[in-house]
Design a protein around this ligand. Structure first.
Ligand SMILES: Cc1cc2nc3c(=O)[nH]c(=O)nc-3n(C[C@H](O)[C@H](O)[C@H](O)COP(=O)(O)OP(=O)(O)OC[C@H]3O[C@@H](n4cnc5c(N)ncnc54)[C@H](O)[C@@H]3O)c2cc1C
Length: 401
């Protein structure tokens, strides 16, 4: 593994610049209010992914038969550790690969795998996840979007929401209800949808930061070839669980980033380093950062040694990460004092102000904090499962918002 690490470093040093770890980090541009800056971010993500792909560094743990390197998760971890030191990211393309790749490898037909996996890995085609709906988020199996067979196509009607990057996506993974009389988990089917199909209306949702990270997506008589079904008719929940599991490991794997250099820079600039109360809070935030890092290392070491039973539950990691982020952001704003009330006029084009508004995204996306607490109570502490009285009831008879 040491040799592999050296090889990774050499590749990165030749192709990327070291990260400074402060607010100059361009990866924040994903949500820039300036469309030119945001478009530049997307371009750089595509470029970086292409560099990885062309040099054999994309899909390290994907099987070779699907265009990957066929290495182990440990190799992927080492690559991630080294890449974290550099000012590069594949951004939203990484998320799409983590969600779509394992799902198609596990449940797609050979034709689907042949058609979609390579352009997914090279970043040539981008994807979005059309799961959540206005009445189905945490309780995803309640989805109401309908798909009805007509000849050799399904006709889809419904609404999705919070669909990240749908405005740039070429394809979407979509779940829809094909049998309303089956219990809610049983009547769902999983599809691939071409986002340029007639009847798809993508409407960006503008967030408090003034940017549109996600969208509402309206589907009106959208025709999807039956060949685009992933997994069996009515068997979409099992496929969905594959996607959600990959999403969870992606999120917990990414939960280590530290923002401490920026905290210290703000403390020095504002004089907070000399204030005893602020110093206590700085120590608290520093402790969070160290604990988070160690939690991540513990999980990574467990994976690298194949001792998965020692890995921390992803929900623990995610909730610790999002709470650490909140402590950091609150301290950043407190140190700035009155300046903390400004937006772009504040230091670093309103770095802490942006982080403050953005902290809720990871707390909700990929499962809310409360749902992850439920996971911990059931899967780590072994407490009784939540009561779901509508589990076996036909979906059509369930109470829905
Ligand atoms: C940044 C971001 C990106 C996202 N991207 C996508 C995407 O690309 N595609 C997609 O399909 N979705 C996406 N989502 C949607 C996300 O998956 C949902 O927002 C999330 O699952 C919560 O669902 P909801 O918003 O409907 O809230 P609800 O499920 O309605 O929850 C409302 C409140 O009730 C609480 N609650 C609900 N059920 C329970 C329970 N059983 N026990 C305790 N408390 C509970 C929740 O914790 C929350 O506080 C994204 C969300 C965010 C924030």
């Amino acid at each position: 593994m040491a040799e592999f690490r050296i090889e990774v470093r050499q590749f990165l040093a030749a192709n990327a610049r070291l990260r400074t770890g402060d607010e100059s980090d361009w990866s924040r541009n994903v949500a820039s209010t300036d469309e030119v800056v945001a478009a530049d971010f997307r371009r750089r993500c595509h470029e970086w992914q292409k560099i990885l792909y062309d040099n054999g560094w994309a899909g390290l743990a994907w099987p070779e038969s699907f265009g990957g390197r066929g290495l182990t998760p440990a190799h992927q971890i080492v690559f991630g550790q080294e890449m974290a030191e550099f000012d590069v990211t594949s951004g939203f393309l990484t998320a799409a690969q983590a969600l779509v790749g394992p799902t198609l490898m596990a449940h797609g037909t050979p034709e689907q795998q042949e058609r979609y996996l390579a352009p997914l890995l090279s970043g040539e085609e981008s994807w979005c996840q059309l799961f959540s709906e206005p009445g189905a988020g945490s309780d995803l199996a309640s989805i109401a979007t309908r798909a009805v067979l007509d000849g050799d196509e399904y006709v889809v009607n419904g609404q999705k929401v919070w669909t990240s990057s749908a405005q740039y996506a070429d394809f979407g993974i979509l779940i829809a209800r094909t049998d309303p009389d089956a219990p809610k988990h049983g009547g769902i089917t999983y599809f691939i949808v071409d986002m340029n199909s007639p009847g798809i209306d993508v409407r960006p949702l503008v967030q408090a930061q003034g940017v549109a990270h996600f969208n509402e997506v309206f589907l009106s008589d959208v025709r999807i070839p039956a060949d685009n079904m992933v997994g069996p008719l009515g068997g979409g929940w099992k496929v969905t669980k594959t996607t959600l599991r990959s999403e969870s490991s992606m999120i917990s794997g990414a939960s280590q980033s530290t923002g401490y250099p920026t905290v210290i820079a703000t403390a020095r600039r504002t004089g907070a380093v000399n204030d005893p109360v602020m110093r206590q809070k700085l120590a608290q935030v520093y402790s969070d950062e160290r604990i988070l890092k160690w939690m991540g290392w513990r999980t990574q070491t467990a994976v690298m040694q194949g001792r998965y039973e020692l890995a921390l539950h992803g929900s623990l990691l995610k909730n610790f990460f999002t709470n650490a982020l909140t402590h950091r952001v609150e301290l950043g704003l407190e140190m700035e004092g009155a300046e903390g009330m400004l937006l772009h006029e504040a230091e670093g084009d309103g770095f802490w102000q942006y982080q403050c508004l953005n902290q809720f995204a990871p707390k909700i996306g990929g499962g809310t904090e409360q749902v992850h607490k439920n996971n911990v109570s059931e899967q780590v502490l072994g407490l009784p499962r939540e009561l779901l009285e509508d589990r076996d009831m036909p979906w059509i008879e369930t109470r829905r918002s």
